[in-house]
Design a protein around this ligand. Structure first.
Ligand code: NAD
Length: 267
């Protein structure tokens, strides 16, 4: 079976902290690293959906130790607490998937509301910064660790109608480059991923914004320009994130890796 090629023991004895773990890319990554032996601290706003992630992990990796933390990543104190809780429980943090984010309402720049802009930036950019601030302290003391920040193709290219999203995700790439330069000397590497359209609840919501009744057809048209003519799958991002969170990717630092079927390089 395909899956058996990929499952290994890269995370035996390792602690992985994931935000936005209740859904989509965070959940897929949690499942992947749990199958590879990780102890997990899972953070999300949505406590009910976090429980569902925990049940899926219990099925896929019955021995995995998991703690669930309901927290808003845009609240600095809550971020400090989720980092402290993780260290109190497991003693260390080896991998941090700094991933929670929202898309926000799509509108041209002049109609992109100020409140919407601030909300998207608070969660997607400030939330990622707070996470790095507290986790880096732990990893620096350990002398090891890997941080993977979730940017987006909207963080390396112009997409349109997404002022807040574009600003926040370009900002995530900037934070990644800046901090990677600072912390490499402590054995800590920091990278960003730039997913293209991956079929998660977020993208489904986005297609429904475009056409609530006909969103599946809109989805087909949406992926037509993609060289691979399809959406990515959450588990494909899970494989990438797991590699980047593992010791194997220690020399990959201060850079951004697209996972988009090649779309961001198409002329
Ligand atoms: P999703 O909506 O399926 O999952 C996001 C999770 O983050 C949800 O469980 C949600 O409850 C949580 N969350 C949102 N705001 C939060 C907050 N303030 N505090 C704590 N948790 C919060 O979306 P997804 O597609 O899995 O997206 C994950 C990340 O990937 C996001 O940063 C998103 O911008 C990015 N991304 C997704 C795609 C895609 O095509 N799906 C493409 C590029 C980037």
């Amino acid at each position: 079976k395909k899956e058996e090629w990929i499952v290994s023991n890269r995370f035996d004895g390792k602690v992985v902290l994931i935000t936005g773990a209740a859904s989509g890319l965070g959940q897929a990554t949690a499942l992947q690293v749990a199958k590879e032996g990780a102890k997990l601290s899972l953070v999300d706003l949505n406590s009910g959906a976090l429980e569902e992630t925990k049940s899926k992990i219990a099925e896929a990796a019955p021995n995995a130790e998991v703690i669930l933390i309901t927290a808003n990543v845009a609240d600095e104190k809550a971020v400090e607490s989720y980092v402290n809780e993780t260290v109190e429980k497991f003693g260390r943090i080896d991998g941090f998937f700094n991933n929670a984010g929202i898309e926000g309402k799509q509108n041209p720049t002049e109609d992109y509301g100020i409140e919407e802009f601030q909300k998207v930036v608070d969660i997607n950019l400030n939330g990622v910064f707070y996470g790095m601030k507290y986790v880096l302290k732990v990893m620096k003391e350990q002398g090891s660790g890997s941080i993977v920040n979730t940017a987006s193709v909207g963080g390396i290219r112009g997409v349109g109608n997404q002022s807040g999203y574009a600003a926040s995700k370009h900002g995530v790439v900037g934070l990644t480059r800046n901090s990677g330069i600072e912390y490499g000397q402590y054995g800590v590497s920091i990278k960003a991923i730039a997913p293209g359209a991956i079929m998660t609840p977020m993208v489904e919501g986005s297609l429904k914004q475009m056409d609530p009744d006909n969103w599946e057809e809109v989805g087909k048209q949406f992926v037509e320009p993609n060289p691979m003519k399809r959406f990515g799958k959450p588990e494909e991002v899970g494989y990438l994130a797991a590699f980047l969170l593992s010791d194997q990717a220690n020399f990959i630092n201060a850079t951004v890796i697209p996972i988009d079927g090649g779309q961001s390089y198409k002329y």
